[in-house]
Every structure is written in structure tokens, then in C-alpha cells.
Ligand binder design. Structure first.
Ligand code: GLU
Length: 479
């Protein structure tokens, strides 16, 4: 069997982690098996459609590196890949069901169906449309919904994620195949498309699990062998209670790319939300994901979206880059002031921030002072910062004295890392002060920032001239 998986989003908005996770799992299964991954746009619910979202979905998949082999914008053997362009296909299959007596025109108005529903509720019975099947349905002319004439029975089936499942006849009903607006329902269209597109695995969200027995019934009536089914549980919000949805701030995945998270990080993050390889490993390259992913290790309960875990993973991926790759990745993120700075200087700066960088839009804040003079008011404010528990105990004269001693100590330094290290450590004992005090004062003077990469490295990269100038400036501000 050739493995062919698909991602079948409806163009109803941007892509958040939940949608991307389904796409990613389907993509991993295809890549792992040297199969094909298909993108199909399910645009049959015109009321819910959001203009521009089909393009957005394709942009998002590309930006993440989830490449598809067939799809609306690239074509393929089973084109078209947009359901609104496949209406003739659904008509044909619908006709086949009508001819075999397995579909009929629904003659009721929606008010009538509502009445049936209310009656069922009053009798404490579940509402089943099939209990109201018309005896002599009209000839279907496309203005009424077309319904499936179901064959209620028990089902036992295997879901690659959820395991062995079974249901009784009570969940089978006469579902709508084609709506009165001429568009097919998801329930019908996906079955036809998956069959025609020779999809081997349907990997999709939990919201379709309850309808699966109806799909199994429909496969039988159509004489279609069903694909493997894999149901991916919801992603829950950080509190672990509610499904992560657009309304609770589930963010557009493209925004993460724009903030400077690497595609590799995002794929790792999303794949390991509710999946692990059975070991403690958390950081995976894309190749490792392709090699190790398996549907039967996807957890059955909802996975939690944890932003802090994303940051942690991102840091881990950034730290694993060699400096040339990191430098390349940062090329669009440097502050304006860095333009014209020599490449090897920028590379050294990149290597200094590598340890603590979480996403690339942090780069300007972390590196600005390597390229432009710290602002006088920032330096002054930080010297007097009352939130700095160590520094606030010192008078300005005392701070001045420590900074002056540092200046003197560094005057004859060759500014190699080792020399800076030994001189400033010697000064600590000489002044009988603490790193939290002496090094903070120097850091503030040279960076105008409460945090910077390791101080000695920062001094060495900035160089003697700039460092000494800034220390002098700092002394004037404290003087
Ligand atoms: N069009 C459905 C949705 O966006 C896709 C379900 C499926 O993957 O089959 O929810």
C-alpha cells in the first residue's frame, strides 16, 4: 500500500497550533513512509469561509517546512484540490446512492425537523432523523437536502491513536450528503475525496470521532474500502481545561515565525505536544521526528499548550546551532545600528547571546549596546535603580570608587578574556566586594542594560577602547 496522507483544512481563518499539529502528524507519516502528503481545501461551507485564509494556510505550511506534494496551488494527479471545484464528483457519487436506493430527498422544512427534535426531547428520546424517513420522498431536484439512507448496526474498528472502538446502531443516522445550496457536507465530501485521492490514512481532530460510525456506514454503501483512521485529541489551553481555540488566544502560527522562532523549533514543539518516542528525549530535529514519530504513541487525552516549554525548546535549538548557521539565521534581526559593523564582530556578538536567546526578535534588545552608545539616561537610571537590591545599599561615591578602581585595573589590560578575568577577579578581593556589586556597576556602565551576556566576554568583544570610554562616561555620571 502506498502511504498517502492529507491535510484538509477549511479556509475559515488563520492556522493555530491545533490545525498545524494535525497537518504535521499527517506529514510525518507520509515522509516516514516515503509516501505523499496532499493538501486539500475544504471550502464547502460558504458561510464560514474567511477571505484570504486559503493562501494563509499555504503560506503557513511552507513557512514551517511542511511541504505538500499535491495541492490547490501546485496541482497533482487528482486535481482539483479544492472542494468547491469538485462539485461534479460529489453529484456523481450521490446519484449512485440515489440509484441504489441509499439516498433520498429530504422533504421537510427546517421548522418541521425542529418539531421532530422537540418531540424527541419531550419523550426523553435521542433525536434520530431516520425515525422520520418520508414514505414517498420526492424526486431529488437539488433544492432539498439529499440524505443518506443509513443501515444502523454495530461497529468495531481500530483507530491508530484511540485504539479499539465500538458503537451500537443508535449512533447511526440519515446524515445530509448534499445541502440545499448544492454544496456537499463535510461528512460526504471528505469520503469521496479521500477515496478518489487514494488517501491511505485519515489523520484528523477529535471533533469527527462521534461521526465516524456514520462514515463507516457510508463507506459500505458506497463500496469504498475505508482508510486507516487516526484521531488526534484536542490541544488544551495552558490551564489544561479548555480546548485551545482562536477565542482563547490561540495564536496564528505565522506570528511565531515572525517573532523569530525557527520552523524546526516549532515543529518539535508541536509534535511533542501529546507525543513522545517512549524515552525522555524532548529536543528533536525534523529528521529525528520523521524517523521516530508514530501514531500509536500519540496520547489519547488532550495535550497542553505551554508557552514556556516553547521558549525552553527554542533556546535548546538555538544553542545547538553552530555559529555560522546561527549568524545566517539572525541576518534579518540585527538592530539598525549594526549596519556596516564588520561581520566577524557581529558573529562574535551572536555567539555571546547564543546562550540566552529564546527567539530572534530579542536580538535588537540584547545587542544594541554592541553597536551604539548606551543612552546616558538608561545608565543613570540603572545606577540608581531601587529594585537592584545590592546596588541600592551603596552611595554614588561608593559606586564611583568601585568603577574607578575597575578602570585603573583594566588600564593596562590587553583585553584578552583571560586577562580581564584575572584582573577583575583580583579586584573583587582587593575591594572586598561582591560580583553582584562590582560587576553590575561595570555592566551598567558599558551596556546601559541590567542584563548582558557574561561580563568578561562582553568586555572582550566590545574591545578596550569602547569599554574604557564607557567606563569613563559612567564615572562622570556617578561623579
Ligand atoms: N475540513 C475539516 C476541518 O477543517 C477537516 C477535517 C479532516 O481532516 O478530515 O475541520
Amino acid at each position: 500500500m502506498k502511504v498517502r496522507t492529507r491535510f484538509a483544512p477549511s479556509p475559515t481563518g488563520y492556522m493555530h497550533a491545533g490545525g498545524i499539529r494535525t497537518a504535521l502528524f499527517a506529514w510525518l507519516v507520509a515522509r516516514q513512509n516515503k509516501g505523499s502528503f496532499v493538501l486539500r481545501l475544504e471550502d464547502t461551507d460558504k458561510a464560514r469561509e474567511v477571505a484570504g485564509s486559503d493562501q494563509h494556510i499555504m503560506d503557513c505550511l511552507r513557512a514551517l517546512g511542511i511541504d505538500y506534494d499535491e495541492g490547490p496551488d501546485i496541482g497533482g494527479e487528482f486535481a482539483p484540490y479544492k472542494q468547491s471545484e469538485r462539485l461534479g464528483h460529489y453529484q456523481e457519487w450521490a446519484q449512485q446512492l440515489i440509484d441504489s436506493g441509499r439516498a433520498y430527498a429530504d422533504p421537510y422544512t427546517s421548522e418541521e425537523v425542529d418539531t421532530f427534535r422537540q418531540e424527541a426531547r419531550a419523550n426523553k428520546q435521542p433525536f434520530l432523523y431516520r425515525n422520520h424517513r418520508p414514505e414517498n420522498p420526492p424526486v431529488w431536484d437539488g433544492t432539498q437536502p439529499l440524505r443518506f439512507k443509513s443501515d444502523p448496526k454495530n461497529y468495531n474498528w481500530h483507530d491508530e491513536v484511540m485504539g479499539d472502538l465500538s458503537t451500537g446502531p443508535e449512533v447511526i443516522d440519515d446524515i445530509i450528503l448534499i445541502k440545499s445550496d448544492g454544496y456537499p457536507t463535510y461528512n460526504f465530501a471528505h469520503i469521496i475525496d479521500d477515496a478518489e485521492m487514494e488517501i491511505s490514512h485519515i489523520i484528523r481532530g477529535q471533533e469527527f470521532l462521534a461521526s465516524t460510525p456514520n462514515y463507516l456506514n457510508l463507506y459500505e454503501a458506497l463500496g469504498i474500502a475505508r482508510p486507516m483512521l487516526a484521531t488526534v485529541p484536542h490541544i488544551l489551553g495552558a490551564d489544561g481545561n479548555k480546548k485551545l481555540g482562536k477565542r482563547d488566544g490561540a495564536k496564528d502560527m505565522l506570528d511565531y515565525i515572525k517573532e523569530g522562532y525557527m520552523p524546526e523549533t516549532l515543529l518539535n514543539f508541536i509534535a511533542t505536544m501529546g507525543w513522545n518516542d517512549g524515552t525522555e528525549q524532548e529536543v528533536f530535529s525534523v529528521d529525528e521526528l520523521i524517523e521516530k514519530f508514530s501514531l500509536d504513541r500519540v496520547q489519547r487525552s488532550g495535550a497542553r499548550f505551554d508557552d514556556r516549554r516553547l521558549q525552553w525548546l527554542s533556546g535548546a535549538h538555538i544553542r545547538s546551532l553552530d555559529i555560522y548557521t546561527l549568524y545566517d539565521a539572525l541576518k534579518d534581526y540585527w538592530p539598525k545600528s549594526s549596519h556596516g559593523a564588520p561581520e566577524d564582530y557581529k558573529r562574535k556578538v551572536a555567539s555571546l547571546i547564543q546562550e540566552r536567546l529564546k527567539y530572534f526578535t530579542e536580538v535588537p534588545v540584547l545587542t544594541e549596546f554592541f553597536f551604539s552608545e548606551p543612552k546616558t539616561e538608561d545608565v543613570r537610571d540603572l545606577f540608581n535603580d531601587q529594585k537592584n537590591k545590592q546596588l541600592k545599599k551603596l552611595t554614588n561615591e561608593e559606586k564611583h570608587a568601585q568603577l574607578a578602581a575597575a578602570r585603573k585595573m583594566l588600564q593596562d589590560s590587553d583585553f584578552s578574556l583571560a586577562d580581564i578575568d584575572s584582573r577583575l577577579n583580583a579586584l573583587l578581593s582587593e575591594l572586598d566586594t561582591k560580583p553582584g556589586i562590582l560587576f553590575s556597576i561595570i555592566r551598567i556602565a558599558i551596556s546601559g542594560s541590567p542584563a548582558s551576556p557574561a561580563l568578561f566576554d562582553t568586555l572582550a568583544v566590545l574591545g578596550k577602547e569602547k569599554s574604557m570610554d564607557r567606563i569613563k562616561q559612567g564615572l562622570e555620571l556617578l561623579g
